[in-house]
Each structure stands twice: as C-alpha cells, then as structure tokens.
Ligand binder design. Structure first.
Ligand SMILES: [Fe+2]
Length: 214
C-alpha cells in the first residue's frame, strides 16, 4: 500500500577508512554519524510524505506537503553524496591515476592534463561557501567536467555521472584543520583518492555508489 515505507534506505558501512593520510579516524567517525542522520531523514521524509498522500494532502497549497517536498533534494543528496565520498577514499592510494588508465586518458582529453584537472578541482574546492566538488562525466558526450554544488543539491547537472566526489563542508575537515586550512584538507583528500574506484565509475555503467536500498 505505502510503497515508500516498504523500502527504506539502509545506512552503509565504510570500514575501509582507517589509516587515511591527513584525515583522522575521529574526523571520519564524526562524519559517518552525520551521514547516518541523512539516511534517517530521507526515510522519515518519505514516510511523512506517504502519510500526507494517504490523507489526501498532496497539494501544492498544503504548506507541510510543500516544505517536506522541498527538503527532498537536500536530504537525498546529503545521503547520496556522502556514499560516493566515503567510497572514493582509501588509505594507501596512489596520488595520481595510472598513466595507462581510462580515467587518466579521459582527464587529459577533457582538461589537457591530469595536472590541469587537479588544479581546477582544487581551485573549485577553495571557493567560498558550503558545498561539494564533483568530477562528472556527461554520459552523452563522455566529456568530464568539475562542478561546484552548493549545499547538497544546487548545481547538479541532471543525469551526469559522479566520478569523484569531495565534501568541502567544514564538518568534513574541522576536527583536523582550521577553517582557514581548507586547502590542506583538499591536499589530503587528493592523497587518499581511490583512483581504482574512479576508474570503475568511469568504465562500468552500473558502478555508481554502494547499494543504498534494502
Ligand atoms: Fe559531509
């Protein structure tokens, strides 16, 4: 009857993150707790909206229905982007993709070189504001582009595929760094980027993020 209530999202576990270089275990533990909150909020919102629909309150003029609906993008992407983020970090990663990898070739084609891609990605991370930096692939043209996403949802190109996701909200780094040291956190993120995961997301159509639904 209420399909939204039957398939809640399940909090994913990320046990592979111990020993990151420059991102502490305490930082990750706190961040995972925040992520768990988004999973709960997505499930709660879907349940609340299902209840409103059941009661015949699905109306743009119903303020509760409208407000909950507006929050879907924020909460969903708060869950989804964190799942991408934690999945594309790994201790002992190589600082750059292997030169013969598809991702290295694709970055060079789209940005001129891996170094130029890295400079662009790092620079976007240094922008003022709360949000994320994403390396996307346009599945139509195969072109790779870096994007700034405000909060969790503003600036996401529809149907583009995330290849690399970096959280630059202050909660992502302020246990380890000062607010003015975001650049050092970005350096650490890039030292821990799991290029094997990025490669898989590029070449495998179904490689997206950990299975989040029950
Ligand atoms: Fe976060």
């Amino acid at each position: 009857m209420l399909h939204g209530k039957r398939r809640p999202y399940i909090e994913q576990t990320f046990d592979h993150l111990k020993g990151l270089d420059g991102i502490s275990a305490d930082q990750i533990a706190e961040h995972l707790t925040l992520y768990a909150g988004y999973v709960k909020q997505v499930n709660a919102l879907n349940d609340e909206l299902a209840t409103l629909r059941e009661r015949g309150r699905a109306s743009g003029r119903d303020q509760e229905f409208a407000e909950l609906t507006r929050r879907l993008g924020f909460e969903y992407n708060g869950m989804i982007l964190h799942e991408y983020y934690f999945s594309n970090l790994r201790p002992g990663s190589d600082p750059k993709p292997a030169p013969t990898s598809k991702i290295a070739q694709a970055l060079a084609e789209s940005f001129g070189s891996i170094e130029q891609w890295r400079t662009d990605f790092h620079a976007i991370g240094g922008m003022r504001g709360i949000g994320w930096v994403l390396l996307f692939q346009d599945p139509v043209t195969q072109r790779l582009t870096n994007h700034w996403v405000t909060l969790h949802q503003d600036g996401v190109p529809a149907s583009f595929k995330p290849l690399l996701v970096m959280d630059v909200w202050e909660h992502a780094f302020m246990r380890d760094y000062k607010a003015t040291e975001k650049g050092r956190y970005i350096d650490a993120f890039l030292r821990n980027t799991d290029w094997r995961v990025v490669e898989r997301r590029l070449v495998e159509p179904m490689a997206i993020r950990p299975a989040a639904a029950a």
